[in-house]
Design a protein around this ligand. Structure first.
Ligand code: HEM
Length: 176
């Protein structure tokens, strides 16, 4: 069977989005444990300004998520028909959107009652479940080779970053 291959533009947008989502989830867990902890805490007290770091990763994530969503709705529309892919993108939108409405000082000041904060916590659970479902979907469809293809550094001829503009033009002019 042919080795699965993902277009390099998709791999770049998807790979960086996935890494930043991971960094946001991890730093978010530390923030939750230190400043909230209503449903349990980590067994250690995280030092450092994790709110600042979490916010900075979030600031990097949202424009990237926007570009990734644009890609998914246009060039990647065919893959987006898979429910597990669409669920991952929806969960990303919820997490990024509610995060943008958060204010840094709420947690520092012990204000845990804001609706937006509740939504952001919920988004964290939703994206964790959606990414697990997405991974199960990917492995269920194409096994480990398909999952690995998203993080492969291999480029086919004609699929280098300098070809991205041409690929987009072909997509939007229907291959003419
Ligand atoms: C962490 C957050 C993640 C989000 C938000 C996400 C989202 C998405 C979306 C929206 C698509 C469809 C892209 C398109 O329309 O062209 C997709 C495809 C894909 N993702 Fe993810 N993903 C994530 C993590 C991962 C991880 C960790 C892996 C693998 C280890 C992975 C492997 C794949 C693969 C192989 C495809 C192509 C599947 C297909 O052909 O249907 N994703 N992802």
């Amino acid at each position: 069977m042919a080795r699965p291959y993902q277009p390099s533009l998709l791999r770049s947008l998807h790979g960086t989005t996935a890494l930043l989502v991971l960094a946001c989830s991890g730093s978010g867990l530390l923030v939750y444990s230190r400043y909230d902890g209503r449903w349990g805490r980590l067994p250690f007290e995280p030092g450092g300004d994790w709110i600042d770091l979490h916010g900075s990763v979030g600031v990097a994530l949202w424009p990237l998520a926007l570009l990734f969503a644009l890609y998914s709705f246009t060039i990647g529309a065919r893959r987006l028909r898979r429910p597990a892919n669409a669920a991952a993108l929806l969960a990303l939108a919820l997490a990024v959107g509610s995060g943008k409405l958060m204010q840094e000082d709420w947690l520092r000041q012990g204000q845990l009652h804001h609706l937006v904060y509740g939504l952001h916590l919920l988004a964290w659970l939703v994206i964790s479940a959606a990414v697990l479902g997405h991974l199960a979907g990917v492995v269920g469809t194409g096994g480990i080779p398909l999952a690995r293809s998203m993080f492969s550094l291999r480029h086919r001829p004609g699929d280098q970053p300098r070809d991205w503009l041409g690929q987009m033009k072909r997509q939007f002019t229907g291959g003419r």
